[in-house]
Design a binder for this molecule. Structure first.
Ligand code: RIB
Ligand code: CA
Length: 318
C-alpha cells in the first residue's frame, strides 16, 4: 500500500511533539507532505521553532514546515503553557533549530499542496486550535473539499472539559474556527477527550520509550514524563475510583488513527460549537440521534485501544 499523503497542522506542545515524532517515524506508511503550525499551547514563534526542533531530532529535515496564523480568528490567543511549559516542550532546552520554517505561509502551502494532488487523496491531521483550517476553508472552500479527510483532536462529550469545566482546549482557544470547520461538510473524524482519556502514557510507556535509545524516543519519553509530573490539580480529573495512571496522549491518537484505524471505534454524529456564551465557550454539543440532529457532520471516536497506540510508538520511534 503506498504511503498516505498527509499534512499535519499542530501547536507543539508536548503531546503534539509525540504526534510529530510518530508521523516523522512512520515514513513507510505516511507521505508527510508538510507540517503547518498555529498559535496554541504557546505562541506561534515557539510552536514553529518547536516543530523544527522535533523535525531535526527525528532526522526528517526533508519535510517542510510552514508557520500559520499567529492568533485565533476572532479572539485573543490563550496559551496552555501551564500544561506544556513556557517554551512548549516541557523542560526541553529551547534551542534554535538548524533549519527554520519555510518562508511561504501555511495557508498558501495548504492550498498549493492540496490543489496539486488528485482529489480525495490528501489527509489533514489537526492537533491544535483550528485557526489555519478555518482560514483555508474561508479562502479556498473548494480546495478544502478536495481533502480525503480531516482528523482532529478536539472537543469533549462524556469527559467534560480540560481548560474549563465545559470545553476542551483546542476548541476553546478558537471556537469560531471550530464552528467553521464543523459546518464545512468535510469528511471529519474527531478525537475528543472521550477517546484520548482512554490512552494514557503511563510510567511503563515512558520507560519503554527510553529503552528504545533513539534521540526522538528520548524526546517523546521526556514529553510524557513532563506531563505525568504536572501538579495533580492540573491533570485531567478522573473518577475517584479510577486514579489517573498517566497523562492522556491526546495528539498521538490522531496519527495512530491514520496508521491503524481498526484500533478505534467511530460513531456518526452532529457536532456544534458554543461561540456566544462566556461560561460554556468552546463547548462541543455532540448528538448521535439522527432524528434529533437532522444531518450528521462528523464521526466521533468513542473507543480507542491504547495498546495499539503504544505499539505504534515503539515501532516508529525506534
Ligand atoms: O486538550 C488537549 C489539546 O490541547 C492537545 O492538542 C494539546 O496539545 C492542547 O493543544
Ligand atoms: Ca496540540
Amino acid at each position: 500500500m503506498s504511503p498516505l499523503p498527509l499534512i499535519l497542522d499542530c501547536d507543539p506542545g508536548v503531546d503534539d511533539a509525540v504526534a510529530l515524532a510518530l508521523a516523522f517515524g512512520a515514513r513507510d506508511r505516511l507521505n508527510l507532505l508538510g507540517v503547518t503550525t498555529t498559535a496554541g499551547n504557546v505562541a506561534l514563534a515557539k510552536t514553529t521553532r518547536n516543530a523544527c526542533l522535533i523535525r531535526q531530532i527525528a532526522g526528517r529535515e526533508d519535510v517542510p514546515i510552514h508557520a500559520g496564523l499567529a492568533k485565533p480568528l476572532a479572539r485573543e490567543a490563550i496559551l496552555a503553557d501551564d500544561f506544556h511549559g513556557p517554551e512548549g516542550l516541557g523542560h526541553y532546552p529551547s534551542a534554535e533549530p538548524r533549519i527554520g520554517a519555510t518562508s511561504a505561509a501555511a495557508i498558501e502551502f495548504l492550498i498549493q499542496t492540496i490543489e496539486a494532488a488528485p482529489p480525495n487523496t490528501v489527509s489533514l491531521a489537526v492537533t491544535g486550535p483550528m485557526t489555519n483550517i478555518a482560514a483555508l476553508i474561508q479562502k479556498a472552500p473548494d480546495t478544502a473539499r478536495r481533502l480525503r479527510e480531516i482528523v482532529i483532536m478536539g472537543g469533549a462529550r462524556r469527559e467534560g472539559g480540560n481548560i474549563t469545566a465545559s470545553a476542551e482546549y483546542n476548541i476553546y482557544a478558537d471556537p469560531e474556527a471550530a464552528d467553521i470547520v464543523f459546518k464545512s461538510a468535510g469528511n471529519i473524524i474527531v478525537f475528543g477527550l472521550d477517546a484520548t482519556h482512554q490512552v494514557r502514557g503511563t510510567k511503563a510507556w515512558v520507560d519503554a520509550m527510553n529503552a528504545l535509545g533513539t534521540p526522538i524516543a528520548k524526546l517523546a519519553a521526556d514529553m510524557l514524563a513532563f506531563s505525568n509530573a504536572l501538579p495533580a490539580n492540573l491533570m485531567d480529573t478522573t473518577e475517584p475510583d479510577q486514579p489517573a495512571t498517566g497523562a492522556p496522549l491526546h495528539d498521538p491518537c490522531v496519527i495512530a488513527y491514520l496508521l491503524a484505524p481498526e484500533a478505534f471505534q467511530l460513531r456518526p454524529c452532529r457536532i456544534e460549537v458554543e461561540t456566544q456564551s462566556t461560561l460554556t465557550r468552546g463547548h462541543t454539543a455532540i448528538e448521535f440521534r439522527e432524528a434529533v440532529a437532522g444531518a450528521f457532520n462528523a464521526n466521533w471516536v468513542s473507543k480507542a485501544d491504547p495498546a495499539v497506540v503504544l505499539s505504534l510508538l515503539l515501532r516508529y520511534l525506534a
